[in-house]
Unconditional design. Structure first.
Length: 231
């Protein structure tokens, strides 16, 4: 959308502000175009979107946030997860280094799906992030590398226009946290939802910096990441 592309990024801006503007430029236009359809706005009646709502709105949000704030390569589609069990995910984020470990797992339901599908996706996502966590630990151990105790795996589940963003770590047992959640803005009157949406995405994606940089400091050039204040 032309209005979103006119957002200017200045060198005087802080790195956080530059990244935030870049995220807005990459994702805001799709919502503006939908809102401009007025009565035909597909977000007003989410049942008309079905599966494409993931491709039109949710996947681009995750893709842009992960790349801009953490240089994570996110791929959407039926992706096979790394690990012992053959499991497919609707989206996967890869470390941007030679290991190509999967560190993000996303599940999304069709908009017409029943509530039970949302519960099933949450349970599947929990199993999936545990599998990815174990795969990295086992792989690092086989290479006789020191295990990074601060490892975290990140998950996302979408149901209708709701998106939940999670994080898993291990402290004697697996611990799953909901980093944040939000609803997609559906019309111009939902402008406050944009604040909640971008705040949640930035908080979630920004967590990757501390999660992945120490893990592969031997072979992953952390200078390619944005330096974050106080880290």
């Amino acid at each position: 959308c032309e209005s979103a592309q006119r957002i200017s990024i200045c060198e005087k801006d802080s790195e956080l502000l530059q990244d935030t503007k870049e995220l807005l430029k990459g994702t805001l236009g799709q919502f503006v175009k939908a809102f401009s359809l007025d009565a035909l706005n597909p977000l007003r009646d989410v049942t008309t979107l079905e599966r494409p709502h993931l491709n039109q709105f949710i996947h681009p949000l995750i893709d842009n946030a992960l790349w801009i704030f953490a240089k994570i390569n996110y791929i959407s589609g039926e992706i096979s997860l790394q690990g012992k069990t053959k499991v497919m995910a609707d989206g996967v984020g890869f470390l941007n280094d030679v290991s190509n470990y999967q560190i993000v797992c996303m599940e999304g339901a069709k908009l017409g799906a029943r509530k039970k599908k949302n519960v099933d996706d949450d349970e599947k996502n929990i199993r999936s992030v545990i599998q990815l966590f174990n795969h990295i630990i086992v792989s690092e151990a086989k290479e006789r590398r020191q295990i990074y105790t601060g490892l975290r795996i990140f998950g996302a589940t979408a149901y209708k226009t709701e998106l939940s963003l999670t994080m898993l770590d291990f402290r004697r047992t697996y611990r799953l946290f909901e980093v944040d959640s939000f609803s997609l803005p559906k019309d111009w009157v939902d402008m406050l939802n944009f604040v909640f949406m971008y705040e949640a995405l930035i908080k979630w994606a920004d967590n990757y910096y501390t999660a992945i940089c120490p893990l592969h400091e031997r072979k992953f050039d952390c200078s390619t990441q944005k330096e974050k204040d106080g880290k």
